[in-house]
Design a protein around this ligand. Structure first.
Ligand code: THU
Length: 141
């Protein structure tokens, strides 16, 4: 499926405008395109922005909002994601958000970067994932 990178960048930038970031002043927007163009809900774009809190550790990254929006709007698997600051410059997701995106898109999920799309698997090698959990649970370990 073709990923509409210009649309993702525009959606991420617009989402960043809504960020609540009074402490870091780094407003972040994330936009993702869902797999399955032509299928119900496929190809749609979901967005999120970062939301900070006076209790700093409770801060929600933009990618958290994006993944919540994905599930709240019908679910599916992410094909491509773009994360930007309010100036429109791409950001690579933090470590926690790489793990979050892995579950929503798998290692083949493409991330926008200044140098073209990057596979999430290359940014999170040898990742722990749902299969590890299932195999250990089934083994009673
Ligand atoms: N932030 C994100 O929204 N996503 C990331 O992947 C990295 C960091 C936010 C969290 C916090 O509000 C601000 O950027 C500074 O860390």
């Amino acid at each position: 499926m073709a990923i509409d990178w210009p649309a993702l960048r525009a959606a991420a930038r617009a989402a960043a405008e809504g960020a609540y970031a009074p402490y870091s002043r780094l407003r972040v927007g994330a936009a993702g395109q869902v797999h399955g163009e032509g299928e119900a809900g496929g190809g749609r774009i979901v967005v999120g922005c970062n939301v900070e809190n006076a209790s700093y550790g409770l801060t929600l990254c933009a990618e958290c909002g994006l993944v919540s929006a994905l599930h709240a709007s019908g679910g599916g698997t992410l094909a491509g994601v773009c994360v930007v600051a309010a100036d429109g410059a791409p950001l690579v997701p933090c470590g926690r958000c790489r793990q979050l995106l892995l579950e929503a898109g798998g290692p083949g999920l493409l991330l926008d970067s200044g140098d073209g799309p990057l596979e999430l698997g290359s940014l999170l090698p040898a990742a722990f994932g749902p299969a590890d959990l299932a195999s250990r649970r089934d083994a009673g370990a």
